[in-house]
Design a protein around this ligand. Sequence first.
Ligand code: AMP
Ligand code: MN
Ligand code: MN
Ligand code: MN
Length: 299
Amino acid sequence: MHLLNADLHCHSTFSDGSLPPEELARRAHANGVQLWALTDHDEIAGQAPARAAAEALGLVYVTGVEISVTFIGETVHILGFDFDLENPALVQGLAALRAGRDQRARDMGESLARAGIPGAYEGACAYAGNPDLVSRTHFARFLVESGHCASVHEVFSRYLKEGKPGFVPHRWAGLGQALDWIHGAGGVAAIAHPARYRFTPTEELALFTEFASHSGQGVEVTCGAHFPDEVTRYATMAAEFGLLASRGSDFHAPEESRIALGELPDLPGKCTPLWSLWADRLQHLPPAEHTGAHAALPA
Ligand code: AMP
Ligand code: MN
Ligand code: MN
Ligand code: MN
């Protein structure tokens, strides 16, 4: 089961990725991915084209989403998998989350204008493939292209992180609410990239405890945003909390992402993979062939 090449985290033009679902499917397939999920931020409009493209290439596809959550004042991302795309509470909940994004983006534009960067709202919108889903990533691309910063990374450090001039606080879904949407639609939830939150150990414990108390089942252990020591740490946390481990590149764009689709190390051996839940759908797959699945993460 471990030698399966599963990539359960990436973004398309329906959120802040730069490629459409069909092109992501093509790249996933070319890189040896066998089990794939597209997980756009707060949006499932890309699911049907992603599934169609994946299945045409022989990939096993599970539906996915990455829900923005506010937990004790910090933004946390919760991945949802294998849910019913038509579930009304989920569909309406995600629509409500997206609805708050336009005003936030306008406020970010004004905030950046005060910091000496005019036209950023319009600039970001021009990069957004989905007018409902303007994200900080689109602002970052605009600031790079317009010469204000050399890289997306620099934009976040100088302008878009909390405390910086373009940052606008926003209230996303509650943790219990997001888990209710996913579970109510028959899906399974996983904490995305846990190492990337600025929690104290006590706060992190609270996140895992509350997530598990709401029947959350998974955590991303091997992902594009985790360094090797973090992979080890969250493999241990997964075992302690009885969580299943997920693996995902969080691929956004060829020029921006450190890791290509499927090109991640394998899950640590002590993990129980999230996809053990879907074993019946995976039995026909051969062991992963692509060597990238076993390569070490770059430092
Ligand atoms: P938003 O949902 O609009 O707040 O945008 C969040 C997105 O910004 C994340 O999903 C990442 O794609 C991107 N992001 C956040 N922090 C950084 C960072 N430090 N460097 C590059 N991209 C980032
Ligand atoms: Mn993103
Ligand atoms: Mn995320
Ligand atoms: Mn993501």
